[in-house]
Design a protein around this ligand. Structure first.
Ligand SMILES: Cc1cc2nc3c(=O)[nH]c(=O)nc-3n(C[C@H](O)[C@H](O)[C@H](O)COP(=O)(O)OP(=O)(O)OC[C@H]3O[C@@H](n4cnc5c(N)ncnc54)[C@H](O)[C@@H]3O)c2cc1C
Ligand code: SF4
Length: 325
């Protein structure tokens, strides 16, 4: 059952920030994740601040440097269907297209997708685990087949967002406002690893709102992609996924940004893969080396060792698919 809370509908960012400053309030964008968390007792709130009536947070526009600005309450469906994103930032379009179901893509926003809570079944269930302020992680010695193989430390979630690894690979930056200041946070630094604080998912303070996401101008030679593997053919979260943003000079990879999903509590940057392919052509030997590198340092739990071969296969397929023909 939903707890009692007040629901505030500001029409400007200033008004929304003023409510966050005064009340124990949570931000409501599409509500597709937030309402489930409140209903399931994951946390509570005195007030919800709805962003839906704030027109300055909407829309996809070209920025002064030729990149793109995406308002934080732009829906995932609008991003999936946008022509400029499809042609210049393919990884983001591909990621948006595989988020949840058509209904959830119409309801869910890009800001909410980046800030959604983890899907660990203990956290979402009746378990007072470490992330909810309890003493222990139930997944570590329990049912952990969908948990992390990198970056686990006290808590072993995987980050649930598909758009976050794609945006991180593309070098996107969030503009963030609080009642007193504004700042920029790059998407690759937005999420908080459990080693820093197992009860927080992002570096944002409670009174900070993501207002827009900025994609830099796509460099000449950029090719990008996102693909995830799910445990069933229907809509589902990533068991394993990879976002690639490679800049080619002819057949040679001039620079590479590679992020894994379904791998770690945050979108996981794979420097070993980047190092294995930068300055190389994607021939058979390079791809085999990169696939091996993708699992370097992995520490599978008792039930998720299968992810090792999954990531190796995924990397192999995606590098084969992205190389210039
Ligand atoms: C059944 C189901 C399946 C799903 N499958 C997938 C999937 O396969 N892949 C995937 O990526 N996602 C998946 N999702 C998550 C879904 O995409 C998110 O629920 C959605 O994107 C969240 O957007 P929202 O606007 O509804 O966020 P809300 O529910 O409104 O908010 C989510 C969280 O983000 C915070 N927040 C929202 N906007 C901002 C902002 N601008 N600034 C700061 N904080 C903010 C809220 O306070 C809240 O904590 C699934 C969800 C469900 C319910
Ligand atoms: S993995 Fe994290 S969220 Fe899940 S039970 Fe352990 S501490 Fe809780």
């Amino acid at each position: 059952m939903l707890p009692k809370f007040s629901f505030v509908r500001p029409t400007s960012l200033r008004e929304a920030l003023a409510v966050l400053e005064k009340k124990d309030a949570r931000i409501h964008a599409g509500g597709s994740d937030l309402i489930g968390c409140l209903r399931d007792g994951v946390f509570d709130a005195d007030a919800l601040v709805a962003l839906g009536g704030i027109s300055e947070l909407t829309g996809i526009t070209t920025s002064a440097d030729g990149g793109l600005k995406i308002g934080a309450i732009t829906t995932v469906a609008e991003i999936a269907d946008n022509d400029a994103i499809g042609s210049n930032y393919t990884a983001l379009a591909e990621a948006a297209k595989v988020v949840a179901s058509p209904q959830l893509r119409n309801q869910g926003t890009i800001g909410g997708n980046l800030c959604q809570k983890p899907r660990c079944w203990y956290y979402r269930g009746d378990f007072d685990c470490l992330r909810k302020g309890g003493e222990i992680c139930y997944a570590y010695a329990g049912e952990n087949q969908y948990h992390c193989i990198f970056g686990g430390d006290m808590c072993y979630i995987v980050h649930p967002s598909d758009t976050a690894p794609a945006l991180a690979a593309l070098g996107a930056v969030c503009r963030v406002s609080s009642p007193t200041a504004s700042r920029s946070v790059s998407v690759d630094a937005l999420h908080m690893p459990p080693s820093q604080d197992p009860q927080r998912e992002t570096v944002l303070d409670d009174d900070e709102i993501i207002t827009e996401i900025i994609l830099p101008r796509a460099p000449a030679g950029l090719r990008s992609s996102y693909r995830k593997v799910r445990s069933r053919a229907a809509w589902d979260f990533a068991v394993a996924g990879v976002a690639l943003a490679l800049v080619f000079d002819g057949d040679t990879v001039r620079s590479a940004r590679v992020f894994l999903s379904g791998a770690a509590p945050i979108p996981w940057r794979s420097k070993p893969v980047e190092d294995a392919i930068t300055g190389k052509t994607l021939d058979g030997g390079t791809i085999v080396a990169a696939a091996e590198a993708s699992v370097e340092g992995a520490e599978p739990l008792s039930e998720n060792g299968y992810k090792i071969e999954l990531f190796k296969g995924l990397l192999t397929d995606q590098l084969e698919a992205i190389k210039p023909s």
